[in-house]
Design a binder for this molecule. Structure first.
Ligand code: UD1
Length: 417
């Protein structure tokens, strides 16, 4: 079991490059199934979740070559429509293969993904959309079996702008007969990246990034080459690392528009943020002021994936902050661990009240989920003495490509054992 040993108190300074987005690359990988041809994808981050999905693609019959952050997938073989159970249980987002397999083969059997560290993760909205397009779905013995003679384009109104459901429906609709219109679609930048990738292989999709996405089904696809967008959550995490250590950091390879909600909150705390074409500088010369309210919302609101990292910053801020988690039910696992380090936090349901303390102190803590784990690393960077963060491989490596190397480059004292 890998752990980080962090000696806190070093101000982060320097520049660092942000990797490709995990949440973009996963649906893009699923989409490589559809064209039955070659997909070349650049800026692919080396993450545990990416490895797991590549493993799954290989198991069902795709050929994959992954070198120097470029992944080549050939999906010209006939593919197995049974998605093996273990990897799906390990990585919930493999449910995205459902839409892609339906588009390619009209059939898929996948195990039920179940809940995860951040609470129950229902997929009713995914299934509602796919059923509306004509898929027969049987849920039995822990499996979801989907089959359709022909997917047909229809209008689908989502009860909630679910990212995964929007992506699954977009994928399925690429080969449907007629036009599919998704209303109340998720507007996350990763949806736009998926649209660009699919259009690159010959799909006809418009509207991604707005609440109405229109997909005109097509029959012919071609080879595609694509570069994945930068990871806005990795960027936000590094910005928070600068804020919590009073640092001065330049992030390269970012899309500053995707970082508006984080930039705006960190500016409220007193950080000075300067945006350039593909980079951003964050300077935080004094102790942060508390941001009054941080409410997580679908994009372009404040991302739930940044809630824990922002909370780490607020633990040492001057004043009190209120967090309201509206996206996931139980996403405060990091709170108890932050309190072991001296943070003052009270949780009531979906609300957490964080009273800034003078300093955190190093302690032995355990990552309970991916972003919560990153928050503990941030806290360790600012804490007095040594912090040990457990469960690095299990959680933090799922979404950060060797986080310690980036932090070491910026002057942090952190190593993996
Ligand atoms: C994606 C991201 C995840 C991020 C989340 C919200 C990926 C791989 N993961 O997850 O990092 O935290 O968006 O920005 O892109 N819901 C239902 N029924 C459904 C689907 C969702 O009730 O069928 C609920 C969920 O339980 C949750 C909320 O909707 O409370 C948001 O989920 P969703 O947007 O679907 O998140 P994911 O796509 O799973």
């Amino acid at each position: 079991m890998d752990r980080y040993i962090i000696v806190g108190g070093h101000r982060l300074e320097g520049d660092v490059r942000v990797d490709g987005s995990k949440n973009s690359v996963l649906p893009v990988l699923a989409a490589t199934i559809i064209n039955g041809k070659e997909s070349v994808i650049h800026n692919v981050p080396e993450l545990k979740d990416v490895d797991s999905l590549i493993g799954l693609l290989r198991t069902i019959g795709c050929k994959c070559l992954f070198e120097n952050n470029t992944l080549i997938v050939k999906s010209n073989n006939s593919l197995d429509t049974l998605i093996p159970e273990k990897p799906v249980r390990e990585m919930r987002s493999s449910i995205i293969l459902m839409g892609a397999m339906l588009a390619r083969n009209g059939k898929v059997k996948i195990s039920y993904p179940g809940g995860c560290e951040i609470g129950p993760r229902p997929i009713d909205i995914h299934l509602f959309g796919l059923r509306k397009m004509g898929t027969k779905i049987i849920e039995a013995h822990g499996y979801i079996s989907c089959e359709c003679d022909k997917l047909r384009g229809v209008e689908i109104n989502l009860d909630y702008p679910s990212v995964g459901a929007t992506e699954n429906i977009m994928l399925a609709a690429t080969t449907a007969e007629g036009v599919t219109i998704i209303q109340n679609a998720a507007k996350e930048p990763e949806i736009v990246d998926l649209q660009n990738f699919l259009n690159g292989m010959g799909a006809r999709i418009t509207g991604a990034g707005t609440s109405t996405v229109k997909i005109e089904g097509v029959k012919e696809f071609r080879d595609v080459e694509h570069t994945v967008i930068p990871d806005r959550i990795v960027a936000g995490t590094l910005m928070s690392a600068a804020a919590i250590t009073g640092g001065n950091v330049v992030l390269n390879n970012v899309i500053t528009d995707h970082l508006k909600s984080v930039s705006s909150k960190l500016s409220e705390t007193g950080c000075i943020i300067t945006e350039y074409q593909n980079s951003l500088q964050i300077m935080c010369n004094r102790k942060p002021k508390a941001a009054e309210v941080i409410k997580t919302l679908p994009y372009p609101g404040f991302a739930t994936d940044m809630q824990a990292q922002m909370m780490a910053v607020m633990t040492i801020a001057k004043g009190t902050s209120i967090f309201i988690e509206t996206v996931f039910e139980s996403r405060y696992k990091h709170v108890e661990e932050l309190m072991k380090m001296g943070a003052s936090i009270k949780v009531d349901g979906r609300t957490a009240i964080v009273r800034g303390v003078k300093k955190l102190t190093g302690a032995e803590v355990r990552a309970g989920d991916l972003r919560g784990g990153a928050a503990l690393v941030l806290a360790g960077l600012a804490a007095e003495g040594t912090t040990v963060v457990d469960n690095v491989k299990l959680h933090i490596d799922r979404g950060y490509d060797r986080l310690e190397n980036k932090l070491i480059k910026l002057g942090a004292d952190i190593h993996r054992v």
